[in-house]
Design a protein around this ligand. Structure first.
Ligand code: XMP
Length: 510
């Protein structure tokens, strides 16, 4: 399979560059600039290398640099933003600070004749974000683009297949950015485009069969997108050799446990084990009110129940998990301490040893995981499921969790989901759910005074969940949701809408 290396110098768009390349059907992987050598790049047979942006100035020697031999390796290179300046610096050009006239935002680019600008008009809009710029081109390089303020918006050494752009082709604000990446991949690197999900599925199924042989595989299924797609893929590869263990702690949304069970028992060939353990979880949660205590209890109990079940069925073989590519990427920012241990990667108890770990989705981005899920025939609702916290409704029932409270919350949440779906509004929301704050308020129904539970609705829009806006759901839809919850859900007499941004609020209430 042909592949492109995205060499990460700490820019904020490293994953986006790799995703854009993959959108063009060319496999891209990311490596931090200080974790790979020119020799390794050559040996890996990359069709091309893309230098990402980065927050630094190339003259600051503490900022990321790379072995200049990469420019003589005979491999096509595209430098973006900081990557453009780094190429100029490595090849002997001059970089200066633009001082007060740095460029930020949408800027008009004047492009000249170049392979990289094939099918791109001579004037177009690009996204710029820089203070330094290339003030003198290195020998052997020609200028191919300017802006009103930037004398070198792009340059190239076409004979060496080295191209550099000061702007960001990977962001959608660059009008022809996608075309530029296409030109680099297909016209400069000579890629053929063999990264398609159909062949990913075929190849992975083949590899899984070879690795697993006639042994068994155990997978922890959470009902989330990643583990579900991993289960579907493994089922296609090895059928009944796969055992999926689904721990239903009774803290999922209404009917969700049944939905997961029906999906996997009806549509896929595998051994499916559902462990229903709401009572045990609630018993452990009795009296717990602090959110972190509750998370800890739920996590510990989950670990215990899951591994007890696995231990019972253990017969050698492999352990599979739904790790995806972003769970594994080390950032070129070089701050190893920040690399998160992801919840997809499960800690193993010491008394169980497997022949190996299988992570069939470890090279895929989330959108690719979804494409694979759809092609494997998983239901739309599962493939497009919104994020759901591991501790489930345990952190949406505020304070102590009881079976009654979980039931009220499940019913209210179900009405919310139903109305959002009927209005076709879910595509506008990154996440939405009901919360039971455990606050009682006074109301009136008919002639009677009521004193009952409050339900809060939380709905957010966001790209990355690090920051989020409360969603501006139309009033009439909010009104229908509120009316239905109060009429249909016993013990609820008031509904409020959470209008808190993140930060300072978080998405979840606990
Ligand atoms: P917060 O509340 O931190 O949520 O703004 C950001 C995203 O993370 C999810 N979340 C969790 N996911 N275990 C998880 O697996 C957790 O304990 C947890 N807490 C929050 C939340 O649903 C949102 O998508």
């Amino acid at each position: 399979m042909e592949k492109i290396l995205v060499l990460d110098f700490g820019g904020q768009y490293n994953q986006l560059i790799a995703r854009r390349v993959r959108d063009h059907h060319v496999y891209a992987e990311i490596a931090a600039y200080n974790k790979i050598t020119v020799e390794e790049i050559k040996a890996a047979g990359y069709k091309g290398v893309i230098f990402t942006g980065g927050p630094n100035s190339v003259y600051d020697m503490s900022s990321p640099h790379f072995d200049p031999e990469i420019l003589n390796a005979g491999i096509p290179v595209l430098g973006i933003c900081y990557g453009c300046q780094l190429i100029a610096w490595m090849a002997g050009g001059t970089i200066e600070s633009a001082g007060g006239s740095s460029e930020y935002g949408k800027i008009k680019l004047y492009a000249q004749d170049s392979l990289i600008y094939s099918d791109i008009p001579s004037e177009s809009i690009v996204w710029m974000s820089h203070t330094d710029y290339v003030s003198r081109l290195p020998e052997g390089y020609t200028l191919t683009g300017t802006t009103d303020k930037c004398p070198c918006a792009s340059m190239e050494n076409a004979s060496k297949k080295i191209y550099a752009v000061q702007f960001h082709p990977e962001v959608t604000h660059s009008e022809y950015g996608n075309q530029l990446l296409y030109n680099f991949l297909y016209k400069v690197c000579g890629c053929a485009g063999d990264w398609v999900m159909e062949s990913f599925i075929e190849d992975t199924v083949q590899q899984l069969r070879e690795t697993i042989g006639d042994k068994g595989v155990i997978l922890g299924l959470s009902g989330g997108v990643d583990s579900s797609v991993a289960a579907a893929l493994l089922s296609k590869a090895i059928g009944k050799q796969l055992t999926c263990v689904f721990v239903d702690q009774g803290l999922m949304r209404k009917d969700e446990g049944d939905f997961v069970e029906n999906t996997f028992t009806n549509l896929f060939d595998m051994n499916f084990v559902r462990v229903n353990c709401q009572e045990a979880f609630l018993a452990k949660l009795k009296g717990a009110v602090d959110p972190e205590d509750k998370r800890h209890i739920i996590g510990t109990e989950f670990y215990k129940v899951f591994w007890d079940e696995v231990r019972d069925r253990y017969d050698g073989g492999f352990f599979a998990q739904g790790t995806i590519y972003p769970d594994r990427i080390e950032s070129g920012k070089g701050d190893a301490a920040k690399i998160k241990t992801h919840h997809n990667q499960v800690k193993m108890p010491e008394d169980i040893t497997f022949d190996g770990i299988i992570e069939p989705l470890q090279d895929l981005f989330k959108d690719e995981v979804r494409k694979v899920g759809e092609k494997l025939g998983l239901p739309h609702d599962l493939v497009w499921r919104q994020p759901f916290p591991g501790p489930g409704l345990g952190v949406r029932v505020i304070g102590e969790v009881t079976a009654e409270k979980v039931k009220i919350l499940q019913e209210a949440d179900w009405v919310l989901r139903d109305e959002i779906a009927k209005a076709g509004y879910s595509e506008n929301l990154a996440q939405f759910f009901a919360v039971l704050p455990g606050v009682k308020t006074v109301g009136v129904m008919g002639d009677h005074r009521t004193y009952d539970e409050l339900i809060a609705i939380r709905a957010v829009t966001t790209d990355d969940f690090m920051t989020a806006d409360w969603a501006k759901i139309p009033y009439d839809l909010l009104e229908r949701i509120s009316n239905r919850i109060i009429n249909e859900v016993a013990h609820v007499n008031r509904v409020v809408y959470d209008i808190t941004q993140k930060p300072p609020g978080t998405v979840e209430w606990e």
